[in-house]
Structures are given as structure tokens and as C-alpha cells.
Design a protein around this ligand. Sequence first.
Ligand code: FAD
Length: 468
Amino acid sequence: GPSDLECDVLVLGAGPGGYSAAFRAADLGLAVVLVERYETLGGVCLNVGCIPSKALLHTAAVADEARGLAAHGVTFGAPTIDLDVLRGYKDKVVGKLTSGLAAMARARKVKVMTGNGQFAGPHHFTVTAEGGTAQTVQFKSAIIAAGSQSVKLPFLPQDPRIVDSTGALQLAGLPKKMLLVGGGIIGLEMGTVYSSLGARLDVVEMLSGLMQGADRDLVKVWEKMNAARFDHMMLKTKTVAAEAREDGIWVSFEGENAPKDPQRYDLVLQAVGRAPNGNKLSADKAGVTVTDRGFIPVDAQMRTNVAHIYAIGDIVGQPMLAHKAVHEAHVAAEVIAGQKSYFDARVIPSVAYTDPEVAWVGVTEDDAKRDGIAVEKGLFPWAASGRAIANGRDEGFTKLLFDAQTHCIIGGGIVGTHAGDLISEVALAIEMGADAVDIGKTIHPHPTLGESIGMAAEVAEGSCTDLP
Ligand code: FAD
């Protein structure tokens, strides 16, 4: 109708994809409406994902490190944990970032609409606020950034002691015994937090290894350092049933490493993957194709099958990572603004923020073996890194993989403290087509963990140095 709101770009969802797209489009001079069903901006990542998990992981790591200092001659008393204060700290971290986003939206004159959004047609969108009042927005272009939600196992009963990552991040209590259903990054990160706060862990994983996607040699280091947190690591095993009783959740398993009898847990975390929200947006009203599983197919300019409607982030596919969503967001906004942008990133890094961290980017050694790619490997063990030894954390290593024909770097993996911060240099090297000489002859500051990247390159070149 005549009272319709009008805009150049409607962005659906205010996660890392949505807010990045909205801000970039506004910076390029477009009139932007940003629709989000929740009161705070930031989506899964800021509210119930990347950020709160890292606030808790940091706290857990410092507590663990303090315990370890006894070996350096410094002893603290046993930690006491005030869950209310810890929860408050986490919420404050999240609040700082989400309120920062709201200010950035205001500064750019991005109009934020709070409510559930649905397509009403190829150029119309309806936003229904909590009270039920609906408003229609007319748009020239749209960017769908509606994200994903955690997959729920249908046979698990409704019970406050059975949670997904969002429930686990609420930190309602401290379980004595916790089950991680799913041994991926999200499950292992939350398990790390609860175990550092005192819980004993079991993990059940259908596949043959934890932390799928990472090279097994990296994961092995993590496993060795974390074995003490776990009573049972049940690989090639399935959760098949659970019963909520007064004394706990009793879970039954089937598979190669399944215990015969049901096991009792105080808390069960479901972390078996995330499903895209594509089937909940009436996208068909705009003619946008959505797959059965809820993904929205896009081209390299992030365009859906409808030329003026784009999609980005978790909803377009794997890997479901915030930095991928942000990169795609910039592409979509720039294309709408008339720029010749397209998605041409060679690699997207992955990081498990466990202790130690595990990070990898590009071709992995296991990929190369499976796909018959000939690689040259440079591996530098942190047992030879002065900084890692000084830190008392020399269990890690840095591995670089070079194409055997071109000698250009095509992948890398790091396990050790701060691996996630270190992997960026490897990603940059791959993007720039660097070879082992470029990396090895780059002067890295001594003594740093980053030096291990230069050393690994020198190993690949066959000119390993002896700097400790
Ligand atoms: P989301 O962040 O999912 O945002 C989508 C938004 O759209 C939501 O706010 C939702 O409310 C809104 N929305 C959906 N439908 C509608 C509708 N119909 N109307 C109105 N609003 C709607 N990634 C990393 O890179 N690093 C990490 O360390 C990391 N840690 C994680 C830890 C956990 C526990 C979890 C669960 C995820 C983690 N991720 C991490 C993944 C990361 O959170 C996602 O990849 C990222 O949030 C995807 O961004 P997005 O913009 O695609 O969607």
C-alpha cells in the first residue's frame, strides 16, 4: 500500500552475515532495512555462539593455567566458582558487542526492524512484531542472512538437563557428569568449559574420530592433552535413547564402543550439527529456490535464482562460520551497489578454540592423501620452539603443505596454544601464492610462536635452522 516502507536493500537477519551486509550497503550509499526477530543484533555468533563461548573458554583456560603453575613453583588455592558472576561476565562481554552493533547501525542510518520476517512477494517483505502488528517493506534488492539453528535428536525427551549449545552457554549449573552428543568443534569447546569448571566428560561420536575436518596428527595432540577430562570417548557409536529420571538422564548407546547398559548423566549436550533456516521464510513467495534441507543455492556473487535477491552465511552452506558469512556479506552488498565483486577466496580457515587450539586452512594432509595430491611437507615441532618451551606448552606443532609441482603453499595446520591466531599468516600466504622461500625468508620476531611458521617453511625447503 501507499504507507509501505521502502528501501534499496532489505537484509533479513542480523548475525555476522546480516549486519556486515547492512553496514557495507549503507556505507556504499544505499538505504537499508535490517530485520531481526530478537531485540539484540549479532545473531547466533554474538549472542549464543562464537563470543559467549570464547568468554567462557578464556576463563576456563586461565583457571587451568593457574593450576599448572604449581610446576613453576607458584601455587594458588583451589578455585572457587561463582556461577552468577561468571554468567554476568559472559553477558557483559556479549552486551558490549551487541550494543556496539546497535550504535553502528544508528550511525549509518540503517533502519532496524524487530520482528519475524517473511517474504510476501518478489519485492515485498512483512515484519510481524511480537504484539502481532505487521508492517510491509518494499525493497529493490534483498539479502537473506537468516542463519541456522542446532539440530535436535527427535528421540531425546524434553528436559532442562538436555540442552543444545544455547542451553549450555546459559550455565544453569555445574554438572558432575556430562555427555557430549557429537564430537565436533562446538561440542568439544563446551565440554572444555564444563570440564575446566569440574565436570567429568563422556563423548559419543558416530564417525571414527573427533573434530572431523582436521588432520588426525593435529587432533592426536589435542586428544593426548585432553584424555584426562574424559571417562569414555565412544567413537563409531550412536546415542539411541534417553530417559529422564529423577537421579539423572539415562542414555543408551549402540555401536562399536557402546557400553551395554544405559549411562547416567547430570547434563546432556546435543551438538550434532546445525540446520539452515531457509524453509521458514516463505521464500517461495519471492520465487527463491530453497533445498529440502533448507539451504539457499547461490552463485559466486551470492545471487539466488532470483536476480535481485541474494543469500549469505550459514543459510547458503558449509562451512558454517562467522568469517565466511562476513566475507560473503561484503560481496553481496558490493554487487548490489554495482561493484564487480565476487567470492574468490581460496581458503576459509577453521579453528577449534579448545586447549590446545587446533587450526587448519586449505588442503589438509589427510585430504591430499585421499585425493592423490602430491605435497611437500614442512613440519616444525614446538618442542624446538623457545617460546613454547618458555610458556610451558611445547606439545604443539606447525605443519605447512606445498604443492609438489608449483612449490606454492596450499595448506597448513597448527595445534598448540594460540593456534587460531597463528593460522591467519598461513591463510594470507595461500591467498598470495607464497612458496616456502617467501615464508622461510620472512623475518619472524624471536621468540614467538609465529616463528614456527617460518621454521616449518624452512624444513620444507630443506634448510632447517637451529634457532631454539
Ligand atoms: P546467524 O548468526 O544464525 O544469524 C541469523 C539471524 O537471523 C538470527 O539472529 C535470527 O534470529 C535471524 N532470523 C532468522 N530468521 C528470521 C526471520 N524469519 N525473521 C527475523 N529474523 C530472523 N563461528 C565462527 O566462525 N567462530 C566461532 O568461534 C564460532 N563459534 C560458535 C559457537 C557456537 C556455540 C555456535 C552455535 C556457533 C558458532 N559459530 C562460530 C558459528 C557462527 O555462529 C555462525 O557461522 C554465524 O553466526 C552465521 O552467521 P549468519 O549471519 O549466517 O547467521
